[in-house]
Ligand binder design. Sequence first.
Ligand SMILES: Nc1ncnc2c1ncn2[C@@H]1O[C@H](COP(=O)(O)OP(=O)(O)OP(=O)(O)O)[C@@H](O)[C@H]1O
Ligand SMILES: [Mg+2]
Length: 246
Amino acid sequence: MRKIFVKTQNVKNFIALINSLQNKPDGVSRMALVYGEPGLGKSRTALWLAAQNDAVYIRSANLMSGRWFLEELVEELGEIPQYWTSELFKQAVNKLIERPQMIIIDEVDYLAGDQKTIETIRDIHDKTNVPIIFVGMTLAEKKLQKYRHLYDRLSEIIQFKAFSVNDVQDIVTQLCEVEITEPAVNFIHTQANRFRQIVRIISRLEAVAKTNNIELIDENIIKEILKNDSRQSFENNKRAKHIHAG
Ligand SMILES: Nc1ncnc2c1ncn2[C@@H]1O[C@H](COP(=O)(O)OP(=O)(O)OP(=O)(O)O)[C@@H](O)[C@H]1O
Ligand SMILES: [Mg+2]
């Protein structure tokens, strides 16, 4: 499989969101939310865009407090974190005023239960005006809605959607090292529309093509491979249950 970053429609929407945030007139908030189902590429895209835009990427963690968040932020800004929370906050703000950088906060669902952390992030935005993008799961939007002051500042919200046939076509042709016919790609789209599933199918196809010297995979071959795989996993499950019961 090729190690390529594919620009799916979701990726293009995320890029457009960043451009729009960066071009907001003064006085308009520069906060945004990107959310969606697991496995659609939110984190990989956030990391890729952070590198492209010289942004700070922070992955929230379960039980992350305001102080912990600030420590991570200050470290990412290249400073040694101070001890007191108030000092940490000033450190982050001063550094961002001196050298503004966009901040992308992934897995925001973990922070959504902690009012203090959410308010700290809002204060950082208000004091520095740097773009701040939250990335989260499907429920992230609902979870953030309860913080009115924050929610009102989200000037852009986009949802990562399940892949269209065109997306799957782009992903398969760019990542798969074996050629696949268009009807075969359409069939993949009926079976999988998340990155993790598609990547799994591609690596399976590449392995079968290699062992059997196949140069072009068509719809019949792919159906055969996937049918065998699901029969195999059914047999394995049955065996596992048998061993368990026995
Ligand atoms: N644009 C892309 N090009 C190539 N591979 C990608 C792309 N986006 C995601 N992937 C791959 O797909 C898999 C799932 O992506 P990722 O972890 O970013 O999804 P996610 O939406 O953040 O999921 P979760 O909600 O579970 O955190 C990863 O293995 C990732 O490397
Ligand atoms: Mg993720």
